[in-house]
Design a protein around this ligand. Sequence first.
Ligand code: CNA
Length: 449
Amino acid sequence: MNRSRSSWDKKASQPLVTRMTRSSSSQVRHTDPAETQDSGPGPYGKQRKKQTDSALAQDLSQMSVSGQDALPTSKGKMSKGSSDSVQAGQSSGSRSGQASPSVPAAKSASRGGLVSVARLLKLGRCKNVVVVAGAGISTASGIPDFRTPGTGLYANLEKYNIPYPEAIFNIDYFSNDPQPFFSLAKALYPGSHRPNYIHYFIRMLHHKGLLLRMYTQNIDGLEKVCGIPDDKLVEAHGSFATASCHLCYTTYPAEEAKHAIMNGNVPICTFCAATVKPDVVFFGEDLPQTYFLHTKDFPKADLLIIMGTSLQIEPFASLVNTVRSTVPRLLLNRHAVGPFEKVPLRRGDHVELGDLEETVRRFAEMLGWSDEIEELMRSQETQSIPTLINSPLSVSGQTFCQSRGAPEPPGRMDTSRSRPGGQIAASSGSEETDSETDSKSSASSSPSN
Ligand code: CNA
């Protein structure tokens, strides 16, 4: 009786219209405002017209030209799932199966795109930047992503004895057998990896007063560790910072849950005796309430940067279609994904393919932020006690998935030296944000913006 009330209470506190569950398919799609305008009058159409800034439009049209000059004129679309065939180092204009002679030109056009976006930022045209991120921003910290062939977690789950890779994040599977997820959780629990240059670049966007919000699918907590404040961050797929019963949602002390899981025990709900899990969102579970800030943020965004995600998980993936059609979108990834697989690209879309950290370093250089970011990293990272933990996810700078065979036990101490961007030093646990930025940020925005 009480159990169902408790469960109902949590659901009742969430407006029914906003309930969305995580899924790996395209069951839930946000609508592209550009498309809605064509199909009849709608709120987005009017809003977009009102908000169009002629100077910005001029800049954007220049960007579109520079970004699309070298694109193939073919109207052909990549088929779903084929984006993986656009390889690292190729650019937006060099799709798989198309003639390679376009590669150098396309690459320079793609770089032109990065320059154009840097120029917009420098001109102060973009002041409400939304960042959408995925596991690819943390691979430089030694945490494998999901889908990269060979090194991704999905390619390396044999030892968890699960019938198919997604089962590890399937709530019904967890209900029957939590052990596979708990084994993985030991490796994913925050504390054994450090933020890398990419995280600090995003923090610098905040430092410059440009970050409207970061939407991350990651559960590694590195955004917080690098000092991006809570009110600037939406952890759309949850995190390990809190825990609750997977059945009745009664909260459970996160530290106790961690302690139990790290010691091979199963945390049990004190209310209904079901299994407790960290509040990482599984397939079929509700996304956190903060996710719905997107309904205000995306229409307000004047630049969208998408980094290190395959855009495969809904409803998150479709968020990128909800910015106004005049808003530049910049994809930084190893290969084209989602709407960036389309040829030609949407006006104002830019794709910079290749290693993310290398790309972001180049972007920072264009913006003149490199020294500041290095300094920020140094000061933030020296706050950490250099306790060296060798995570089972990564060994000596390589992920175990690559070749190491049996992983080291979780949390094993190691004597190798820590450096920012590596997978080592335990966080001091009290990462401070710079006061200058934070006062600026809290003055200009809050989760209710
Ligand atoms: P994904 O499907 O594995 O996609 C990652 C994308 O990043 C791919 O397109 C890769 O090509 C790209 N990528 C990876 N490394 C680099 C690199 N060095 N340079 C450029 N591009 C790179 O992961 P998504 O984030 O799209 O999927 C969402 C899942 C992953 C979320 O639900 C997360 O919970 C989950 N996940 C999170 C973590 C983490 O927290 N660090 C790790 C693994 C999985």
